[in-house]
Design a binder for this molecule. Sequence first.
Ligand SMILES: [Cu+2]
Length: 530
Amino acid sequence: MPGTPRLGRRAFLGALGGGAAALLAPQRRRLESLLPFGGETPSASAAVPFRARLPIPEELTDSEIRIPIREAEQQILPGRKTKLWTYGGSFPGPTVRRPAGERTEVTFHHELPARVGELSVHLHGGHNRTQFDGQPGGLTKSQPLSYYCHIPRGLSPRESGNDLLLEPGARKTYVYDLMEDGRPERSAFQWYHDHRLDRTSPRSWHGLAGMWIVDDEFDASLPLPRGERDIPLMISERSFDRHNQLTNPFEDHLRPPADGIVGQSVLVNGAFMPHHHVGARRYRLRLLNVSPFRSYNVHLSNGAPMVQIATDSGLMPMPVRRNEILLGPAERAEVIVDFAGARGETVELRSSKLHVGRNVTGSRTYAGALMQFRVGSERLADRTRVPRKLRALPDWTRKAKRKPDHRWEITIGGLFKTVWQINGRTFNPAHSDAFPRLGSTVTWEVHNRTNVAHVMHLHHTDWYLLSRDGRRPPPWEDCLKDTFFVYPGERILLAGHFSDYAGKFVIHCHMLDHEDHGLMSQFQVLPAKA
Ligand SMILES: [Cu+2]
């Protein structure tokens, strides 16, 4: 293996953010206090930004896939390895990459210690049967009570969804058709993670996340960068103790509305602030925020634009040039970045504090570097380009009504302890709040009546944002998505089209502490009218 390149002084100062200019003759203590992980333990502070190479997770491309869910140790910081819960032995887990329309069976084997309890795997962004959608489930022997959710006793395994959970030691095969409404699904950048009642946030924190890419012929026909120039980037952050182990912030029982857990050290594809060598030409970067709570406002340090071509739900109708991109938990953005203007230089992917004229509490963004690209000095030919038109919206988006069929109202409630609620209640697996029919296109309103932002995710299908507080969304939101910021006091209107699968599906906040503390409800898709 080639030796790790020495970090240039310029790159190092770049990692420090705004205060770098004042640090030309830095004192050690002052320097450390300005590092992005200033509150960290000695071992985490010893980690040098941009030293690690960016790991690219292994791609699994077969129609039948086995993924053991097990403990593993991974070198994240210098010194001791970090113990994680993983899909397939690494964080991120393997990237599943499959052609749209081709059935894919993934057998997950629960090999974590029994004390972890039941698991439930959700393919985020997928269009799947209720039994393979990662239902949260209800109370079990290993989880006999829920601190935040009011769950009736004595529910049958079917009513609670417990019959769909993955028990310790057991295997479950999830079947993904990668079809929607009689056609292959649209190409998209998705991910899989655990979705168990009350425990989604700690499981994410411990490392249960992997990426999933659906390819299709239309996407492949476009003159976009591919192969090693198509890079998935899973962004998150964690905190470590002095032995390089993950801290356990969940013991503090932070209650709504102060229940957002953030880490101090940024990880990209599971590596601490890594670097990646690129040629001086165009790349497709697939950005995904898997932080349990934190948002990122992503930009490039050299001020170069990012041309966004895709959202959570795949290609947009047309590309949108962007200087910064806000990514809430679970949101994705695919961008084309041209490194030709930065030959022989380094370019950082950074996140900045967001300056918007409204209360974004709950979505406070990370400020600092995420990773570094080291651009080769050679001039390179580049036959790729970004077409003016990408993928048109489906017809149902044009037919959607502007008057909501159903309202989802987010509030804070609870008598003796505060909880998040939707339509006046916390999550109850036996309760559904809306009953759309197969074949119908619905318009739903989500109204945030709290004073913090939420990031709402709806399962089953892709959604089209009609308006924010009555106003047309910006071009990067005027497309299909599955996860949406809803700011304090705001009402958003969403349209969705239900095909293929009847049954129960969840709607919830993807700030995972909020989800675990009640902010989740269900809709039940009914068969089409005879
Ligand atoms: Cu929330």
